[in-house]
Ligand binder design. Structure first.
Ligand SMILES: [Mg+2]
Length: 317
């Protein structure tokens, strides 16, 4: 079906507040649950981790995935539209704050921008072939911030990626996930939201095949590396091969490897699909992190709910 015919079917009504909140809290919960499993092996199916555990950070603590999303969200909240200069500045400020984690490619790009290179040139000059998941992990705030304007949502999703990850797969993955979030918060069913998102984001070729093949994969086939295609594959698999928030996130983080990033992406999707109330209370209550980095201030569930509300009310201004 062509994009044009599908666009006519778009329900561009008001998003559901519980789903908007679920997206934000779900992303952060997924990041924190995956944190202790990052870089580890796949967990055997009969020993899946279902509780927040201590890793290199205390149990329930979010990582760079959430920190970069919070930096992007703060810029979105205070700008009209997506101001790429301002977002780049916010990322550089985060980089300079000495975060506990920072992707290698992201660090090199942000160092170049800090040294005066334009954000338009920095990512392309560092390594144009880099197709990691570092822009996908932080893209969800854009899906909450542009209201019914799907075209602007897709454009801003790509632009925020370009600042550090300019590879076409990274841009397409961010547009795809945010299009799926956009449909999910408006009440579309999971399979339908994924199909609509592929079409609206213009995803074709190998990335499209990855998404369409994901629900039919078995867990042992999933690499869940830092490659953006693997993250999209794991997140779509988790969303479509389970039927509740907890199982979607548990299945994905227990793949190990880039567990926190895939956990964050599936957490955003499943939170948008099932809503805040469907996220286990024990996880919501455990989630925390220092923000801004080294500020001595800590964010928890209520701050994330307030952030989701602020982004979505900005969209209505
Ligand atoms: Mg991380």
């Amino acid at each position: 079906m062509s994009g044009h015919s599908l666009l006519r079917r778009v329900n561009d009504g008001e998003p559901d507040q519980d789903r908007l909140r679920g997206c934000a809290v779900g992303a952060v919960v997924g990041d924190a649950l995956g944190m202790p499993l990052e870089f580890g092996p796949m967990i055997p199916a009969d020993r899946l981790v279902r509780e927040m555990r201590r890793g290199r950070l205390p149990a329930g603590t979010f990582t760079d995935d959430t920190e970069m999303a919070l930096a992007l969200a703060a810029s979105l909240r205070d700008s009209s539209g997506l101001d790429a200069e301002d977002v780049a500045k916010a990322f550089v400020a985060w980089h300079k704050s000495g975060p506990p984690d920072e992707g290698i490619h992201t660090r090199l790009v942000l160092e170049a921008i800090a040294d005066g290179k334009s954000w338009r040139a920095a990512a392309r000059n560092i390594d144009p072939s880099s197709a990691g998941n570092g822009s996908l992990m932080r893209c969800w705030p854009v899906a909450l911030a542009f209201g019914s304007d799907l075209e602007s949502t897709l454009l801003a999703s790509r632009t925020q990626s370009e600042i550090t990850h300019a590879h076409p797969d990274c841009l397409a993955a961010c547009a795809f996930v945010n299009a799926a979030l956009w449909h999910l918060v408006r009440g579309h069913q999971r399979h339908e939201a994924v199909a609509l998102a592929l079409d609206h984001a213009g995803v074709t070729g190998e990335l499209q095949a990855v998404v369409e093949g994901a629900p039919g994969r078995t867990r042992t086939e999933l690499m869940n590396s830092g490659w953006v295609r693997h993250t999209v594959e794991a997140a779509v698999w988790g969303l479509l091969s389970t039927d509740n928030f907890e199982e979607a996130v548990v299945q994905v983080v227990n793949l190990g490897n880039d567990a926190d990033t895939a956990g964050s992406v599936v957490g955003a999707l499943a939170g948008a699909a099932y809503g805040l109330d469907a996220i286990p209370v024990r996880w919501r209550q455990a989630v925390r992190g220092e923000w801004p980095v080294r500020s001595g201030r800590y964010l928890g569930q209520q701050d994330l709910i307030d952030l989701a509300d602020a982004l979505s009310s900005r969209a209505r201004r």
